[in-house]
Design a protein around this ligand. Structure first.
Ligand SMILES: Cc1ncc(C[n+]2csc(CCOP(=O)(O)OP(=O)(O)O)c2C)c(N)n1
Ligand SMILES: [Mg+2]
Length: 557
């Protein structure tokens, strides 16, 4: 057996496990890996900041269900990557972050950029380890792939001491990892059928990860056969097609009050893949804790999540994919008696998600922009965003129709949209990729627009600029009306920013300017930014800053 360097062994393991992409910011700590990547059939995307690199890798995890791969240097490199690691944790996304590390013999002296990764990422990652012996790379990397994808997926951090990477070892490659599947038992499916037959007003809520296009198709078929209304969790719209008559909306920030009421009134809730955490549970108000106050069937791939917050009537430890496959064996009741529940819920969703009646102050109507995009965008367009009130336009009015079309952090991490779009376009160059960003959100990782230019990735970034950290200003006006503090922004010309980077830039101040600007952006064939200036008064589609302030002042008397 030939001896290889640690760097070579590591890259060979990535190839064994099917890795085709890696995202990095280089460091002198892992030159041996960069050297091994020189001749490997892995597309390396070099980024401008580790936060961007980790988010791009995380976006790959979301789109493929396989671990996204990121390489960063020690100390400041990996701490910069931490928002991507946190997103993977909260969003249940498989991700492996490799960190170049100081030499083994220098440990514990606080050497240059030395950090204790187990301590720093211990509560954020599923597993944190350091490889001390090049001969153990195949074993440890294979385990990292398993851990990142098993149960509830998440991030793994692996530190690679610099001297270990240049050491040679004669060791065999691992075998390709096989994701561990968890199937529901027949008896559980029979029990589920019994509960559904006894239900008066059931509905399903889909969330989490470990779904696939096939799993979504199977769930759609089940929902049709049972005439079941189906909602999705916060930022999980791609789990059920919004143009399907059984879809009744999402329970995210600012959810449709009619939908919230309907979930509260349901006697049977089938929660598949999600955890119904703070945001989708509307601050833990939808179901009782621990007794949910309805018949809760909870399906989750991690047994530790079952009964963690809510006590289910039936707990099924299975991945959404395996569960959806098993649903094919369920028989609906002969006469389904949900009494028009689904039709009513659907009508409420259609009314709520129609941008036509929305009128806001100012010359740029985002409702009309959304209506245009709905006409214009293909069903497989990938839509990305970070955090901020601007995202409400996308999440309320865009009809996500396919699996694999949404990249949105349930962790609420600002700055995600641009790197997610770059990652998506690298994976699917043939698809339309659009990122929504606020003026605050954009500049958290806007530098990755340079990465889009470097790799010739014509994404379209729609910057919704209201000159404020709007979300926080909204909360501020509610709690401290009229006392504006720490939420104002003075912004650059984002269209000129795009051009300075070698992309296409457009400035839009009026509704009628948007469509031609978007067409020109697409036609340019370049990464593009459409700088949309909206009135800061337009804080949500439904209310204004002044209205929030007045209401709060009145309440304070
Ligand atoms: C990394 C990070 N920092 C801070 C916050 C808190 N936060 C949530 S939304 C928001 C403002 C977003 O501003 P902008 O992108 O301009 O969007 P807007 O709300 O104005 O539409 C802030 C500061 C966060 N969610 N993530
Ligand atoms: Mg803003």
């Amino acid at each position: 057996m030939n001896a290889r360097t640690g760097g070579q062994i590591l890259v060979d393991q990535l190839l064994v496990h099917g890795v085709r992409h890696a995202f990095c910011v280089p460091g002198e700590s892992y030159l041996a890996v960069l050297d091994a990547l020189h001749d490997a059939s892995i597309d390396v995307t070099v980024c401008r900041q580790e936060g961007g690199a980790a988010m791009m890798a995380e976006a790959h995890g979301k789109l493929t269900g396989r671990p996204g791969i990121c390489f960063v240097t020690r100390g400041p490199g990996v701490t910069n990557a931490s928002p991507g690691i946190h997103i993977a944790k909260q969003d249940s996304t498989p991700l492996i972050v490799f960190v170049g590390q100081i030499e083994r013999g220098m440990r514990e002296r606080e050497a240059f950029q030395e950090l204790d990764y187990r301590a720093v990422f211990g509560s954020m990652a599923k597993w944190v380890t350091e490889i001390d012996d090049a001969a153990r790379i195949p074993e440890i990397v294979a385990r990292a792939f398993r851990i990142a994808t098993a149960g509830r997926p998440g991030p793994v951090v692996i530190a690679l001491p610099e001297d270990m990477l240049v050491e040679t070892a004669a060791v065999a490659d691992a075998l390709p990892y096989e994701p561990v599947e968890t199937h529901p038992a027949l008896a559980q499916m029979a029990e589920l059928q019994k509960l559904l037959w006894a239900a008066k007003a059931p509905l399903a809520i889909l969330g989490g990860t470990r779904w696939s296009e096939k799993a979504v198709e199977r769930f759609v078929r089940f929902a049709e056969r049972f005439d079941l209304p189906v909602a999705v969790s916060f930022r999980r719209q791609m789990l059920f097609p919004a143009d399907h008559p059984n879809y009744i909306g999402d329970i995210g920030f600012g959810a449709n009050p009619a939908l919230v009421a309907r979930v509260k009134a349901a006697d049977t809730v089938l929660l598949v893949g999600g955890r119904l955490s703070e945001v989708p549970s509307q601050s833990y108000s939808l179901l009782g804790i621990p007794e949910p106050g309805c018949t809760l069937v909870h399906v989750h791939p991690d047994s530790g999540e079952l009964g963690r917050v809510y006590r289910p009537a039936l707990a099924i430890n299975a991945s959404p994919s395996a569960f959806s496959a098993a649903l094919e064996g369920l028989q609906p009741p002969k006469a389904i008696g949900w009494g028009g529940n689904r039709e009513e819920a659907r009508a409420a969703y259609l009314a709520w998600s129609d941008p036509a009646p929305v009128r806001t102050p100012g010359t740029l109507q985002m409702g009309e922009v959304m209506a245009y995009l709905e006409e214009k965008l293909p069903a497989d367009a990938i839509m990305c965003n970070g955090a901020g009130n601007y995202a409400i336009w996308l999440h309320r009015f865009h009809r996500f129709r396919r699996f694999g079309t949404q990249l949105a952090p349930t962790s609420g991490s600002m700055g995600y949209g641009v790197p997610a779009a770059v990652g998506a376009k690298r994976l699917h160059p043939e698809r339309t990729v659009v990122a929504f960003a606020g003026d605050g959100c954009f500049l958290m990782n806007g530098q990755e627009f340079a990465t889009a230019v470097q790799y010739d990735l014509p994404i379209v970034v729609i910057v919704v600029d209201n000159g404020i950290y709007g979300t926080i200003r909204m909360h501020q006006e509610r709690e401290y009306p009229g006392r504006v503090s720490g939420t104002m922004l003075k912004n650059p010309d984002f269209a000129a920013y795009a051009r300075a980077f070698g992309g296409h830039g457009e400035r839009v101040e009026r509704t009628e300017e948007f469509a031609p600007a978007f067409e020109r952006a697409l036609a340019s064939g370049k990464p593009a930014i459409i700088h949309c200036l909206i009135d800061p008064e337009v804080i949500t589609p439904a209310t204004t800053l002044s209205a929030i302030r007045e209401k709060a002042l009145k309440a304070k008397g």
